[in-house]
Design a protein around this ligand. Structure first.
Ligand code: HEM
Length: 413
């Protein structure tokens, strides 16, 4: 009967052909490591966030006088409401961990290089959209940190020359964060994940056009590819199992790890918390913001710290594929950059007194310096490596680069 239904559909819509072409028989390099599991995991977390979010919204009240209490009702009175809430709040942090690892993998292996520039840029749009959605979602519990965090961040837009004040008013829907802000943040927080899902489709169409890179950095021949199913469905399934063990441990045993304790107090416009901090995943960017003494300068630096990733496909002038795999200087730069982000994250969580501000300024300088030295360093490293690496390997690199250029001109991948 199932066969009959499928062939009925196939005569009207190429369902089997699409599944075969894009999933089961989709040609995949045979040497992908577990670092290539994180794209699939990101998709899984997105679906889980959407599902738990929809069920939470059935009980949540986006009204400043009821929001906090409705969350207490969800936690205490709704059947498995606590589970829905903890899956969603832990899921938000898990999403950022998965996405940051996914991005770090891309950086390490230089997967942003041609022909994957569009893939990289659509990924960046995804990151910014997820950040926006997470920021708006954080207001919804209407706790102390939700309220004051939203106040601080929306205030930043006031630094925009000429129209700053109007933009802040437009964002908040009122002169201060209040009921109007909560209602519009709820509407947008509900909308954004669906936009993200649409953007993921574009991300994947782009991936399937240029195909996955692999840890060797060298374009493999057709005979070295294997069908996605059963090889990578099982590998992704195993990765998902490991992920779920860790994720569920947090959900069931330490669900408040990623929730700021002060946010368990209802929002109070008359009592400012002693130390306002954003969620952990924004901390490095918050530290960059604070390290510039001028507000407008800080906002520009913070925005640039995210947008600058877009220039990587051009800034990296090396002709050696595989990123850090073959490039020692790039490898050291990569690990220093990651360490710098951790330092910024730590500083972002501290009160801006004593050593925190000057240290943040040094870390911010190093962060931006990495982007600016990359064109020079990558060019020099390329020359140095080309004089030392074996000719057969260089020939493989040149073949891979030629193929990437061909793809850019629209040749068949
Ligand atoms: C909802 C968020 C995202 C989802 C669901 C997603 C999904 C995926 C999937 C399934 C893959 C193929 C498997 C893999 O290589 O891991 C992939 C590859 C890739 N993604 Fe994402 N992604 C997301 C966000 C991002 C972000 C934020 C970036 C970077 C800014 C990014 C950049 C890339 C790149 C460059 C590749 C190709 C990697 C390669 O072939 O080496 N993605 N993505």
């Amino acid at each position: 009967m199932a066969k009959g239904i499928i062939s009925w559909i196939d005569r009207r819509f190429p369902l089997t052909a699409i599944i075969k072409h894009e999933l089961t028989e989709y040609p995949t390099p045979r040497n992908l490591s577990y670092w290539w599991n994180f794209g699939f995991l990101a998709g899984f977390v997105l679906v889980l966030q959407i599902l738990t979010g929809i069920f939470l919204a059935m009980h949540y009240k986006p009204d400043a006088s009821m929001a906090f209490d409705s969350l207490q009702t969800i936690m205490r009175d709704v059947n498995y409401g606590w589970l829905l809430r903890y899956l969603h709040s832990t899921g938000a942090s898990a999403f950022f961990i998965v996405i940051y690892v996914h991005m770090a993998r891309t950086l390490y292996y230089g997967s942003y290089r041609a022909p994957r520039e569009l893939l990289w840029w659509t990924g960046q749009v995804l990151l910014l959209s997820i950040m926006a959605s997470a920021f708006m979602g954080y207001l919804l519990p209407w706790g102390q940190m939700s309220y004051w965090g939203a106040g601080v961040i929306t205030n930043l837009f006031g630094a925009t020359p000429f129209i700053g004040e109007a933009v802040v008013l437009w964002l908040r829907g009122d002169f201060a964060v209040g009921d109007a802000t909560l209602t519009r943040f709820f509407a947008l927080h509900y909308l954004f994940p669906f936009l993200v899902a649409g953007m993921v489709v574009i991300h994947l169409v782009s991936l399937h056009t240029v195909k996955s890179s692999n840890p060797s950095g060298i374009n493999l021949e057709d005979k070295d590819n294997i069908p996605f199913h059963p090889y990578y469905t099982s590998k992704d399934g195993f990765g998902l199992g490991v992920y779920l063990i860790i994720f569920c441990w947090f959900v069931f045993f330490a669900p408040n790890t990623f929730i700021e304790a002060v946010n368990n107090n209802p929002a109070n416009p008359l009592v400012t918390p002693p130390h306002i901090v954003p969620e952990w995943y924004f901390l490095p960017f918050y530290a960059i913001l604070r390290s510039i003494p001028d507000l407008l300068g800080g906002v520009v630096a913070m925005v640039m710290s995210l947008l600058l990733f877009a220039v990587l496909p051009f800034a990296d002038r090396s002709t050696i594929p595989g990123g850090a795999r073959y490039r020692p200087i790039y490898r050291v730069t990569f690990f220093l950059f990651i360490a710098d982000i951790f330092v910024l994250g730590y500083l972002g969580a501290q009160a801006p007194t004593g050593y925190v501000v000057p240290m943040g300024q040094v870390a911010t300088f190093l962060y931006f310096a990495t982007f600016f030295i990359l064109p020079i360093v990558s060019k020099r490293e390329d020359k140095w490596l080309r004089a030392r690496l074996p000719q057969e390997l260089l020939a493989q690199f040149d073949r891979t680069n030629a193929l990437a250029k061909g793809q850019n001109k629209g040749d068949a991948p």
